[in-house]
Design a protein around this ligand. Sequence first.
Ligand code: HEM
Length: 192
Amino acid sequence: MNSSIDGVNYGPLTKLIGKWIGEKGFDIAPDANGDPDNSPFFDELTFRVAGPAENAEEQQLVSLRYHHVVRKRKNGHIFHDQIGHWIFEPSSGLLMHSLTIPRAVCVLAGGSVETKGDETIFDVKAKTGSETFGIIQSPFMAEKARTTAFHMRLVLKGDEINYEETTSLHIYGKDFEHVDKSRLKRVTYDLD
Ligand code: HEM
């Protein structure tokens, strides 16, 4: 695939463009006692071009708009929806992922992208308290179900993506590693 679209070079992000479907997702989330509850899921990822951005006449960025919809395998109901951008700075190789979820939590995670053989690995992290790659959440969430860290590792190989997303929580008085994993196949490059 040509990495230039409408005159914009999206670099390693180009390989993500399209719609992806996963049928073997797995979620580990806290139950009402703060113990692990497991839910198999179906998920859908879309990555669309979002154009270039120039910051302070100096920084050149390119980005993709991202939407992740997750449905419970047992009933098809949506139980997670995540939107944001994947942002890349070609001059430095800096990779960033902004995301927001409807529990009223926003994350800006930073990291890098590397190529190993035929795999491209996108890896980003954020931590509460950071002024840069950090987490912002509602007063309720900060007090009762605080997200303290976020790590996403997405491995792309041809038309297959494998990701693992770890959201560190402090909920019901204890720490909990909320983990989501899935393998997805690209179903189309062309999005409306
Ligand atoms: C595939 C991705 C994800 C799925 C399927 C998922 C699903 C879930 C589920 C099932 C719960 C248990 C509470 C409930 O039943 O509603 C939960 C809790 C939670 N999730 Fe996620 N989640 C995902 C990603 C994330 C991300 C990226 C964040 C934040 C950056 C996040 C933040 C939270 C928080 C703060 C809670 C605790 C809320 C509570 O249990 O009261 N989740 N999630």
